[in-house]
Design a protein around this ligand. Sequence first.
Ligand SMILES: O=c1ccn([C@@H]2O[C@H](COP(=O)(O)O)[C@@H](O)[C@H]2O)c(=O)[nH]1
Length: 236
Amino acid sequence: MTPAEIVPKDRLIVALDLPSVDAAEAMIARLGDSVSFYKIGYRLAYAGGLPLVAKLADKGKKVFLDLKLHDIGNTVTQGVESITKLGATFLTVHAYPQTMKGAVEGRGSSKLKILAVTVLTSYNEDDLHAAGYRLGVSELVEARAQQAQVLGVDGLVSSPEEVGSLRKIVGHQMHLVTPGIRPAGSATGDQKRIMTPGRAIVAGADYLVVGRPVVEAADPKAVAEAIQTEIAQALG
Ligand SMILES: O=c1ccn([C@@H]2O[C@H](COP(=O)(O)O)[C@@H](O)[C@H]2O)c(=O)[nH]1
């Protein structure tokens, strides 16, 4: 399936950033048929959430395993080889050349897609400089995207602010996945490079990752469905 063929509903990835498997399962039940794609990150994975990958896949849902791996190449390759057996659709690694190369080797010909995290959406220029980088956000995102493409990585994680320039660099061969999504009026939290769902889709994002605005809402299903409506409208 090309990115253009993804239906609006499947473009929303809900981040299950919840404290326990019970809390995650309760949220999945509340969201019901409205959400088809979930993200499991540190909080849930380290609270025993990895078996949820297979459980969700059995229910016909897709899972984005957001483990943001980064280690020596051999360790990344071996870790990714193990992860291919879990049944996830996407796995994140940090966009360092050795790490991306190791991850692509580890996923081999499996169905797992590797996404490289370019620059975290909670970082702005000052944060990058404080971390010792001499490139600005857009330069570093673009440099990492070029390296990822050469190394055979399947997709990129960036803020929606960069997807326009990324699309020009990587075309439609790579999935562009954007956290830092905030429906109008919702709290920014620690995110610094943000956009509304509609603007992110118009900018060229394939998938939108949304956590707190959905899982901390009084009515998560209503918020998820409103985001999907905004996505559909933006796609025209
Ligand atoms: O650059 C990145 C990479 C990953 N994330 C993850 O996405 C969600 C966003 O959650 P919100 O509650 O909608 O802010 C979260 O799990 C992050 O770990 C990101 O935000 N930025």
